[in-house]
Ligand binder design. Structure first.
Ligand code: ATP
Length: 256
């Protein structure tokens, strides 16, 4: 991996790019995944590369929903595997939720490589699904409909970081509660999900791990309150309002 100097003003961002480039070299991440990340980066600039208060609120709701779930599943694609392999494995362990590899541009070779990568980062073999799909999500064409009965197909709550809009909508139609992490508050995924965390994947997963530890002691009643009072459309609107206000107040000199 290219050595990014720690003193570089865009260190965090460059490290993420390096991890994704490495993911492509290792056959884990798709080329299209790089483009998707670029779109995310543009929105991250607009929100100021930090977790906004509405995003933290959505993250808390997402964690409450996952803790309350009977069959939670965490979906993993090539960008998630490259950017936050340890984080997603830790979250899976904490929630006792399986990981299911679910990639847009599916090849069995890439699924196998992602699986090996997750195992290397400490995931137990029985907790990594997706390499032997045995069910189809209704309403999607065959390759993208593939799912695992023991995983996403039967899940009540699915965390789908960086999902595409179609599949997110199809999962919601199946009656599942879908949690998306997406920096673009305007995407179809963001609008279709039950809870959308408009935040960078790495920040969001770190926040989820921290909040899961904090909320573990909370009563079911407290967790249910978070979930019941959450309004996804309102939350997305709050993010858009922050972006709009920030843009009208930004002074180019402040950006140095
Ligand atoms: P949709 O199908 O939901 O309308 P899309 O076509 O933009 O949206 P994709 O190209 O499938 O969706 O996925 C890219 C999405 O993932 C973008 O909306 C982008 O903002 C988001 N994204 C990419 N990288 C990150 C990241 N590191 N953290 C959070 N979101 C990200």
């Amino acid at each position: 991996m290219f050595q990014v100097p720690k003193s570089h003003p865009r260190y965090e961002s460059l490290i993420k790019r390096e991890k994704l480039a490495e993911g492509v070299r290792a056959g884990i991440t798709s080329f299209q995944g790089l483009i998707a990340h670029g779109r995310g980066e543009a929105f991250d600039y607009l929100i100021g590369e930090r977790t906004l208060p509405p995003a933290l609120n959505a993250t808390k709701t997402a964690v409450a929903m996952l803790l309350l779930a009977e069959r939670p599943v965490l979906s993993v694609n090539g960008n998630v595997a490259a950017l936050v392999p340890s984080g997603i494995v830790e979250l899976s362990r904490f929630l006792d939720a399986p990981l299911e590899i679910n990639i847009f541009y599916r090849t069995e070779e890439r699924v196998r490589r992602i699986k090996e990568h997750l195992l290397r980062h400490g995931a137990p073999e029985e907790k990594v699904l997706g390499d032997k799909p045995d069910a189809l999500i209704p309403g999607l064409e065959h390759a993208r409909a593939k799912a695992t009965r023991r995983g996403i197909y039967s899940a009540d709550v699915v965390l789908t970081p960086l999902e595409d809009g179609d599949r997110c909508e199809a999962l919601v139609r199946m009656g599942k509660r879908v949690i998306a992490i997406d920096l673009n508050p305007l995407s179809r995924t963001a609008r279709a999900a039950t809870v959308t965390v408009v935040d960078d994947l790495t920040r969001a997963v770190n926040n989820m791990i921290r909040l899961a530890a904090e909320l573990k002691e909370a009563s079911r009643g407290e967790l249910e309150k978070f979930v019941e009072t959450f309004d996804n459309r309102g939350n997305l609107q709050s993010v858009l309002k922050i972006i709009a206000e920030r843009l009208t107040q930004l002074d180019i000199i402040e950006l140095d």
